[in-house]
Design a protein around this ligand. Structure first.
Ligand code: HAM
Length: 425
């Protein structure tokens, strides 16, 4: 017996029943980003593996164990993008978008990480993200945070999200802090979870993020980077807080936010919710001022964020949002061969005259009763009936399906105006 074909674990189909929610969400994201002057950049889903290992960092979960990496037919090592920042920057460098100019960019699309699937965590998931190149002040960090806050308001989920802020300082401050942290953690080496013991030599800052309870207890008393920031980073962080206070954005400073990618410096932030169980981070981002140079460009400050669309969709669905209506306005039923032919012509004329009309034309024949059942099931507000009598008289019958109103017969020539009026098209 052949095995039944199925989708890959952690990779979901998004069925027509829920795509309106996705479309509504994406339309709002596009609208807000455009209103702030951000422009869309689309990059390939696949890049050379080296791009991700050099930017996200060799000793991160993503690069160590989550990437979909494979050899191309010519032997090149390629990887399905696990996030959008690296590809965006690669494209900006490649096309000279960073030279003496500021760029405000947004992107939206699927990302791939081989994680253990659970609610809110998938192997193919979608991100909406934004990146700004060429601005170093805290004002642009604030702009991006305000933009995300506006998105939450537009989606009606602002009360379900809270903002956590931290600063990762400069590379030098991080290196000095790292030594301090390792010295502290070494004293508890044997009590740390296995992963954290390994990270002690590879990526000790990530230990701050451990989910292990005993490790969390140890970490609670560890020295904090935020107390050992370099002066410039401290001023930047204070500047950001003033701007957020001015704008009335509430936030909490959380010294344990270190993010799972290595490219960050100075500001990092996460928007979190308690509505999604373990996968409560809806949006994360921050500054990565050293990355452009690290990838071979001239030193260029950069900052960005990305949000997980599946997590937003879960929250929106929970709130009863289902996106813009897509049910047909009208269902055209035709009775008899001649009416069927005329029906196709009539429906095209209606579509010409009313481009916003959602019209479902009956196909596959069927009795009157059968067609009315299909009309009802389609969710249409009106049925349009075209039979022998109507053909002869040049009329059509308009029958409301959702209201207790009498049907009426009207000349085909008057139908466009009547529909325009009824449906506010
Ligand atoms: P990230 O924190 O890895 O950051 O991902 C951003 C968001 O993507 C997360 O907060 C989460 O909502 C969503 N996400 C991540 N992994 C999954 C998954 N397996 N399933 C479902 N949703 C997921 C970045 O990717 C950075 N590139 C953000 C950034 C942009 N930093 C600067 N610019």
């Amino acid at each position: 017996m052949t095995k039944r074909l199925q989708a890959i674990r952690g990779m979901n189909d998004i069925l027509p029943e829920v795509t309106p929610l996705w479309q509504g969400l994406e339309a709002i994201l596009r609208e807000v980003a455009t209103a702030y002057g951000y422009r869309e950049l689309r990059t390939p889903l696949v890049e050379f593996t080296e791009l991700f290992s050099r930017s996200i960092g060799e000793v991160t979960d993503i690069v160590e164990k989550e990437m979909y990496t494979f050899a191309d037919r010519n032997g090149d090592s390629l990887t399905l993008r696990p996030e959008g920042t690296a590809g965006c920057l690669r494209a900006a460098l490649e096309h000279g978008l960073l030279h003496n100019q500021v760029q405000r960019i947004w992107y939206c699309g699927p990302m791939f990480r081989h994680e253990r699937p659970q609610k809110g965590r998938y192997r193919q998931f979608h991100q909406f993200g934004a990146e700004v190149y060429g601005l170093e002040g805290p004002d642009i960090d604030a702009e991006m945070i305000l933009m995300t806050a506006r998105i939450w308001r537009r989606l009606g989920i602002d009360r379900q999200l809270s903002l956590q802020l931290n600063s990762m300082g400069s590379a030098a401050a991080r290196a000095a802090y790292r030594a301090r942290l390792v010295a502290y953690l070494e004293r508890y080496r044997n009590d740390l979870d296995e992963d954290s013991q390994r990270r002690l030599t590879t990526n000790p800052l990530r230990i701050l993020d451990s989910k292990d309870l005993r490790t969390q207890e140890i970490v609670a008393d560890a020295p904090q980077l935020i107390d050992h920031l370099d002066d410039a980073s401290r001023r930047h962080f204070e500047g950001l807080q003033v701007l957020l206070d001015d704008a009335g954005v509430l936030y909490e400073i959380n010294p344990r936010i270190v993010r799972g990618l290595d490219y960050y410096s100075r500001t990092v932030f996460e928007w979190i919710t308690n509505r999604l169980g373990a996968q409560g981070t809806v949006c994360g981002g921050g500054r990565y001022d050293a990355l452009v140079e690290q990838l071979g460009g001239r030193p260029t400050p950069a900052v960005g964020f990305a949000m997980g669309l599946e997590r937003l969709v879960l929250m929106l669905a929970d709130n009863g949002y289902s996106g813009p209506a897509q049910t047909p306005h009208a269902y055209l039923a035709t009775l008899g061969e001649t009416a069927e032919r005329e029906g196709l012509r009539l429906s095209e004329r209606l579509r010409d005259a009313l481009p916003g009309l959602r019209l479902l034309l009956n196909s596959g024949g069927g009795s009157f009763k059968n067609q009315m059942r299909k009309a009802d099931r389609s969710g249409a507000e009106y049925a349009l009936l075209l039979g022998e009598d109507e053909l002869a008289a040049g009329t059509v019958v308009l029958k409301p399906l959702r209201r207790e109103e009498a049907q009426q017969s009207l000349p085909q020539t008057a139908l466009v105006e009547r529909l325009r009026e009824l449906l506010a098209l």
